[in-house]
Design a protein around this ligand. Structure first.
Ligand SMILES: NC(=O)c1ccc[n+]([C@@H]2O[C@H](COP(=O)([O-])OP(=O)(O)OC[C@H]3O[C@@H](n4cnc5c(N)ncnc54)[C@H](O)[C@@H]3O)[C@@H](O)[C@H]2O)c1
Length: 275
């Protein structure tokens, strides 16, 4: 029997990509899933697909960077079901571009959604889980929370924050019954690459440069994440290529910096849009 059967689960960023695939798989395994997203119609559509297949889904439209909204979602879920088993803080955005081309608002937006979105989820759910004596918070960071990729510096800053928060909170939670995991995916084939803001980067050329053969689908990613959650892994690194790069980062950060410098020089030549 699935570990997720009859469990109460919230997934943020559930209208698309990894969040949607996680919601569908969790519901298929018997969980009652609240799909939360900033985009009303795609999240309704995602939930409808789940309920039409005979599984349990609710929706909540919110901006994860709004603490009051996140608090209300957690309170409403607990009022409805009496408790909360899993919170997947998955919603995220990215801005591509070098720091010399980014505004302070680009940094604010990315950090508000990616880092404060997770902080808000933790602030709303962690103490409640401590009172329950159980619960599992799963935060989506990125391989970019483990390795310093240039030209997405705001994203890297937000995701390093999510990794640090998750690793430290895991230690606080362990004797109180609350589990914390962080997910660090490499390249997952989702719409994020089409929808992200790009500054002085030719999107078509960037899309062509993605390492297609090292990428996996959202559905495959969701399976790997749920296996990691079942095993209560601290850090769930997704894709073989991401694991290789992370190993290299731990063995020799200087080699990774050299590779990143080389790739940046190449992408400046091939896809940078000059004024
Ligand atoms: N796709 C990848 O290669 C990849 C790699 C590493 C990490 N990630 C991370 O995985 C997570 C999911 O990304 P994805 O690739 O599935 O992207 P996606 O764009 O397909 O899905 C992201 C979802 O988050 C929602 N969202 C964005 N801002 C929000 C907000 N303020 N409040 C609520 N919902 C909001 C969007 O509407 C969308 O439905 C993100 O945190 C992303 O940073 C993705």
């Amino acid at each position: 029997m699935s570990q997720f059967r009859d469990k109460v689960v919230i997934v943020t960023g559930a209208a698309s990509g990894i969040g949607r695939a996680l919601s569908e798989e969790l519901a298929r395994r018997g969980a009652s899933v609240t799909l939360a997203d900033i985009n009303p119609s795609p999240v309704e559509e995602a939930a409808e697909t789940i309920t039409k297949a005979g599984h349990k889904a609710e929706t909540f439209v919110l901006d994860v960077s709004d603490y009051d909204a996140v608090g209300k979602m957690v309170a409403d879920t607990v009022a409805r079901y009496g408790h909360l088993d899993y919170l997947f803080n998955n919603a995220g955005i990215a801005v591509g571009g070098e720091v010399r081309d980014c505004s302070i608002d680009d940094f604010r937006n990315v950090i508000n959604v990616n880092l404060f979105g997770v902080v808000n989820g933790v602030a709303a759910a962690y103490s409640l889980m401590v009172k329950q004596g159980y619960g599992h918070i799963i935060n989506t960071a990125s391989l970019e929370g483990l390795i310093p990729f240039p030209a997405t510096v705001s994203y890297v800053a937000s995701k390093y924050g999510v990794v640090g928060l998750s690793n430290a909170l895991r230690i606080e939670g362990v004797d109180l019954g609350v589990k914390v995991s962080v997910v660090c995916p490499g390249y997952i084939k989702t719409p994020i690459f089409q929808t992200s803001k790009m500054i002085k980067i030719d999107r078509e050329k960037m899309l062509k440069s993605l390492p297609e053969r090292f990428g996996i689908t959202s559905e495959a990613c969701a399976q790997i994440i749920l296996r990691g959650v079942q095993r209560n892994k601290a850090i769930i690194v997704v894709t073989g290529f991401a694991k290789v790069l992370w190993a290299l980062q731990r063995i020799s950060p200087a080699v990774i910096r050299w590779m990143m410098r080389r790739d940046l020089r190449k992408s400046r030549k091939e896809m940078r849009i000059e004024d």
